[in-house]
Write a protein that binds this ligand. Structure first.
Ligand SMILES: Nc1ncnc2c1ncn2[C@@H]1O[C@H](COP(=O)(O)OP(=O)(O)OP(=O)(O)O)[C@@H](O)[C@H]1O
Length: 531
C-alpha cells in the first residue's frame, strides 16, 4: 500500500474521485465457446433484470418480506465479498482509497448501480469506518418497481449486502450498510451509510452475521468462554450456513447427530449450539474425548449427561471395547440423554469404528467445511476474536494492519478456526498497547516453507538444496527450443501462467497448484504479467 493512516474526505473533494476502471475490466473475459464469463478466477453470469424481478416477487410470496430480504441481502453480501477478494488481487498495491473504490466501480461494471461517494472516512488499523454513498439507476429499484410498484421501505437489499460484503473484506472486520433513502420510496436517489457492526443487533437482512443476539454474556456464557468456547456460531459462508440450517432442523428432535470435519472447524462449537436450541437446553452439555476415555470415564459421562446431551468427540478414536459398551448403552436406551458425536475421519470409509455404531450415532451427519474453503468467514471470526481480546471490557477492539489482514485472508489454516483464534490471541499479547496487530505478531517466522531434507549416504539428514532435484525428462530439448527462438523469461512466465490458468478453467487456486506456487504468489505474478 502506498499510504498509511486515516483517510477523510467529503463532498466534492477531489480525493473522492473514482480512479480509472481499466485494470478491473482487463480480467473480464467472455468464453462463448465454453459458455463461460469470468472475472479473474470467478465465474459470472449475465442475468435479466426482468428475471431478478420474478425471483424477487416469488421469494416475497413464498417466504414473506423478512426472509426474502435476508436471502437477497446475503446473496449480495457474497458477491461483495468475492469482488472484495478480486479487488485485493488487482489493486493490492494501489492506495487504500483506490482499493475501496473498486467496490463501487465493480458494482457499476456489473450493471447493478452507479455509485457516487459522498463521504468516506476510514482508519483500517483502528477499525474506524464511515462511508456514505449515493446510488443512481439501481437495478434493484427497477426490479422492485416493475414487480411490486412503489415501496414504503427501502428495497435495495442485494445492493446493501454487496456494499457490506465488499467493505468487510476491505476493512477486515464486519461493516454493515443501511439504506437511509430509496428511490423506490420516492427519494431522488438512493443513499446508504456504512458503519462497523457494533454490539447492537445487526440491521434487518443481516441476521446471518449474528446467529444469536450479541447480548451481554450470561454466567453460563462466561464459563463457556473460559472453556474455550467462543459464543455464537459466526459465519456467513454457504457451507457453514448449510450446516447451521441442519442444526436448526434437527435440534428439536431426539435424533443422534454426528458432526464431521477437520480439527478445529467448530464441530464441538456447533454441537453446543445444537444443545442450546434443543428441548434439553437446561440440562448439562457433557463432552468426552474418545481417545482419552476408559470404562469408568464412559460410565461417569453417561451419568453426568443425564437430562442433557453427551458429545463423544473423536469417535474414530474410540477403542473396540468401548465401542461395544457405547453400543450397548445406546441400545439399552435407559440413559436419559441426547447422543451427539464428532469425528475428524470419514467413518463410512472404514477406520475401525463398527458399522452398527456408525449407523446409530451417524444417523444424522453434519459436515463442516474447513476454513480455507470458507475464507469469507475470516473477517467475521477475526472481528469476534479481536473483540474478545480487547484489553478492557467494552473497549474498542484493536486494529489490524493491511499486511496482517492480507496474510490472514491468504493463510490456509490447517488448524482451522482454532488456529485463527490462537493466532489472534497470541498477537493480541505480543502487540504493544497502542499498536495495531501486524503480520509478524500473527505469523512470526513460522510461515517460511519448511526446509526439505534428504537422507545422505552417511545416514544423516541434510538440506535438499545440497542435492538438486533431477530435471524432468525432456527439459533439455525444451530449453534448446526456447533459447533458439529467443523466448525471453517474461514471455515464458506469461505463457506458462496463461497455460496453467486456461488448463484450470480460470480457477487460480488450481492453476497455482499446477505451477507449484501458492495462490497469492500466482495472483502476484498474474497481476505483474497482465499489468
Ligand atoms: N463458527 C464459529 N464461530 C465462533 N467460534 C468458533 C466457530 N467455529 C469454531 N469456533 C471456535 O474455534 C475453536 C475450535 O472449535 P471446536 O472446538 O468446536 O472445533 P472441533 O471441530 O470440535 O475440533 P476438534 O476436532 O479438535 O475436536 C473453539 O474455541 C470454538 O469456540
Amino acid at each position: 500500500m502506498s499510504e498509511e493512516g486515516p483517510f477523510v474526505a467529503a463532498g466534492d473533494d477531489d480525493a473522492l474521485r473514482l480512479p480509472d476502471s481499466a485494470d478491473l475490466l482487463r480480467h473480464l473475459r467472455f468464453w462463448p465457446k465454453d459458455g463461460r464469463i469470468t472475472l479473474g478466477d470467478e465465474r459470472m453470469v449475465l442475468v435479466h433484470v426482468g428475471a431478478l424481478a420474478t425471483l424477487r416477487r416469488e421469494l416475497i410470496a413464498a417466504l414473506g418480506v423478512t426472509r426474502a430480504r435476508a436471502v437477497l441481502t446475503r446473496m449480495g453480501y457474497v458477491s461483495g465479498q468475492r469482488d472484495g477478494e478480486y479487488a485485493r488481487r488487482i489493486r493490492g498495491s494501489a492506495s487504500y482509497y483506490d482499493l475501496l473504490a473498486a467496490g463501487p466501480q465493480l458494482h457499476a461494471l456489473e450493471g447493478m448501480v452507479a455509485v457516487r461517494p459522498l463521504e468516506v472516512q476510514f482508519d483500517i488499523e483502528r477499525g474506524h469506518y464511515r462511508g456514505e454513498f449515493a446510488w443512481r439507476s439501481s437495478a434493484e429499484v427497477e426490479a422492485h418497481l416493475g414487480s411490486e410498484g412503489p415501496a414504503a421501505e427501502p428495497v435495495c437489499w442485494t445492493l446493501i449486502g454487496y456494499a457490506s460484503g465488499f467493505t468487510t473484506v476491505f476493512m477486515g472486520r464486519p461493516i454493515v450498510y443501511r439504506e437511509v433513502a430509496c428511490r423506490a420510496c420516492g427519494a431522488r436517489h438512493c443513499r446508504l451509510v456504512g458503519r462497523p457492526l457494533g454490539d447492537d443487533l445487526p440491521p434487518p437482512g443481516f441476521e446471518f452475521l449474528a446467529e444469536r443476539p450479541h447480548a451481554a454474556a450470561s454466567p453460563s456464557e462466561a464459563s463457556r468462554a473460559a472453556a474455550g468456547d467462543h459464543g455464537p456460531v459466526i459465519g456467513a459462508a454457504t457451507g457453514l450456513r448449510a450446516a447451521w440450517a441442519l442444526v436448526e432442523r434437527v435440534a428439536a428432535t431426539a435424533l443422534p447427530v454426528l458432526f464431521e470435519g477437520e480439527p478445529g472447524v467448530g464441530k464441538r462449537h456447533l454441537a453446543r449450539a445444537l444443545h442450546d436450541r434443543s428441548p434439553r437446553a437446561s440440562g448439562p452439555f457433557v463432552v468426552v474425548r474418545a481417545g482419552a476415555l476408559d470404562r469408568a470415564g464412559l460410565a461417569d459421562a453417561l451419568a453426568r449427561a443425564r437430562g442433557g446431551s453427551l458429545l463423544v468427540a473423536d469417535l474414530d478414536r474410540l477403542s473396540p471395547e468401548l465401542q461395544d459398551r457405547l453400543l450397548h448403552a445406546f441400545d439399552a436406551g435407559d440413559h436419559d440423554l441426547r447422543w451427539l458425536a464428532s469425528t475428524r475421519a470419514d467413518l463410512r470409509r472404514g477406520g475401525g469404528v463398527r458399522d452398527e455404531l456408525v449407523q446409530r450415532l451417524g444417523a444424522f451427519p453434519i459436515w463442516l467445511p474447513p476454513l480455507r474453503e470458507r475464507r469469507e468467514d475470516i473477517p467475521l471470526l477475526l472481528g469476534r476474536f479481536l473483540a474478545e481480546h480487547a484489553r478492557a471490557p467494552g473497549e474498542r477492539p484493536r486494529g489490524v494492519t493491511e499486511a496482517a489482514n492480507n496474510a490472514l485472508l491468504d493463510h490456509d489454516y490447517p488448524g482451522n478456526v482454532r488456529e485463527l483464534w490462537a493466532r489472534v490471541a497470541r498477537a493480541a499479547v505480543l502487540a504493544g498497547d497502542d499498536e495495531p496487530i501486524d503480520r509478524g505478531h500473527l505469523f512470526g517466522g513460522d510461515e517460511a516453507p519448511p526446509a526439505r531434507l534428504e537422507l545422505a549416504p552417511a545416514g544423516v539428514l541434510q538440506p535438499l538444496a545440497a542435492a538438486p532435484e533431477p530435471a524432468p525428462a525432456g527439459i533439455d530439448d525444451l530449453i534448446d527450443a526456447l533459447l533458439e527462438r529467443r523466448t525471453g523469461i517474461d514471455a515464458l512466465e506469461q505463457a506458462l501462467i496463461r497455460g496453467a490458468v486456461e488448463r484450470a478453467g480460470g480457477n487460480l487456486s488450481a492453476a497455482a497448484r499446477l505451477l507449484g506456487l501458492t495462490r497469492p504468489q500466482l495472483a502476484y505474478r498474474f497481476r505483474k504479467t497482465d499489468g
